[in-house]
Design a protein around this ligand. Structure first.
Ligand code: ADP
Length: 266
C-alpha cells in the first residue's frame, strides 16, 4: 500500500538527504558510535532517524526530552502491582536489550543528572548499569544512541556539558537547499511543484528576518503545513499567514513585516 506522506512502504519513511548523513550514520551504527544531530527545529532530524532505523532494520524507540525527565523515566522503576513490587524497564533499557535505535529528541531539555546515565552506553563498554536492581545490561548488537538538539535555541541557558558532547559523533543538519526543500514540500503536502517552489522562496525571505529579531525562523515543517492547507483548498495567502507567519511571533511589527512579504509574493 502506498502512503501519500511516506511513499511506498518498501522505500521506508521518505527522507531526502542533504549531505552524506546517511553514510555517516550507517558507519557509526556499524562501529557502535553514538550520534548527535544538531539543527534547527523542523529541519528533518526526526524524519532522518525514522528513515535510518528503517534502513538499518532496527526498531526505533523515541523519547521526547523535557526538564522533568528523570533517570528513572529513561532506565525504569519499581511498580506496585497486585501487592507485588515489579521492575519495569524504561525506554532506554528496552532499547539496550532489544538492540533498538534509541532517539532522545531535544536532549538539552533534560537535566544533566538525567543525561549522565547515557555515558556508559557511549564508550567502548556499551553497558547500562541499573542502580536500583544492581543489574548491568550489555547493549545488544544493533543498539545505537541518537540524540538531537537545536543549537540556536536557548543557547545561553541550556547546553550540553563537554563531557557529554565528546561522546558523540556530531552531524550538522540544516534546512535543505531550495530545490530540495521544494521537492520535500511538494511531496509531503501534495501541492503542485510551482506552489512548493513559491512557498520555499517565501520561507527563504522570512528566514532572512532573523537579523531583525525573529527568534525562530520558519522550518520546512511550517512550509509543509502551509502546503497542506493550500492543497485542501485554502487560499495561499491565508494558508501562509495561518501556518507560517502567525506561529512564529506575537510581535506586531514582525508580524506586519512578515505579512507584507506574503502579500508581495502571492
Ligand atoms: P525536527 O525533528 O528536526 O524538528 P522533523 O523531522 O519533524 O524535524 O521534520 C519536519 C517535517 O519536515 C518532516 O515531518 C518531514 O515532512 C519534513 N522534512 C524535513 N526535512 C526533510 C528531508 N530531508 N526529507 C524528507 N522530509 C523532510
Amino acid at each position: 500500500m502506498v502512503d501519500a506522506r511516506t511513499g511506498p512502504a518498501e522505500a521506508g519513511p521518505y527522507y531526502l538527504p542533504t549531505g552524506n548523513e546517511v553514510e555517516v550514520v550507517e558507519q557509526c551504527h556499524a562501529g557502535g558510535l553514538a550520534v548527535m544531530l544538531k539543527g534547527p527545529t523542523g529541519c528533518g532530524k526526526t524524519r532522518f532517524v525514522e528513515h535510518m532505523a528503517w534502513r538499518l532494520g532496527r526498531p526505533l524507540i523515541t523519547v521526547s526530552c523535557h526538564d522533568d525527565l528523570t533517570a528513572s523515566d529513561l532506565v525504569g522503576r519499581f511498580l506496585i502491582r497486585h501487592d507485588e513490587t515489579v521492575w519495569q524497564d524504561g525506554p532506554l533499557t528496552r532499547a539496550v536489550r532489544e538492540g533498538a535505535i534509541c532517539y532522545l529528541d531535544e536532549v538539552v531539555e533534560a537535566r544533566q543528572d538525567t543525561i549522565v546515565v547515557l555515558h556508559p552506553l557511549t564508550d567502548y563498554r556499551r553497558i547500562l548499569p541499573i542502580d536500583r536492581t544492581g543489574e548491568t545490561v550489555e547493549a545488544a548488537p544493533g543498539f545505537q544512541l541518537v540524540i538531537s538538539y537545536n543549537p540556536g535555541y536557548q543557547r545561553m541557558l541550556k547546553d550540553l556539558k563537554p563531557s557529554t558532547r565528546q561522546r558523540f559523533v556530531a552531524i550538522e543538519l540544516d534546512f535543505p537547499e531550495p530545490a530540495a526543500e521544494a521537492a520535500i514540500v511538494a511531496r509531503e503536502s501534495g501541492v503542485e511543484q510551482g506552489t512548493a517552489v513559491a512557498l520555499v522562496e517565501l520561507g527563504g525571505r522570512l528566514r532572512s528576518l532573523r537579523d531583525r529579531g525573529l527568534a525562530e525562523v520558519p522550518s520546512t515543517r511550517l512550509l509543509i503545513a502551509a502546503g497542506r492547507l493550500v492543497a485542501s483548498g485554502i487560499g495561499v495567502r491565508d494558508a501562509c499567514n495561518a501556518a507560517v507567519v502567525s506561529p512564529l511571533s506575537d510581535d506586531a511589527t514582525l508580524l506586519g513585516a512578515m505579512r507584507e512579504l506574503v502579500d508581495a509574493m502571492f
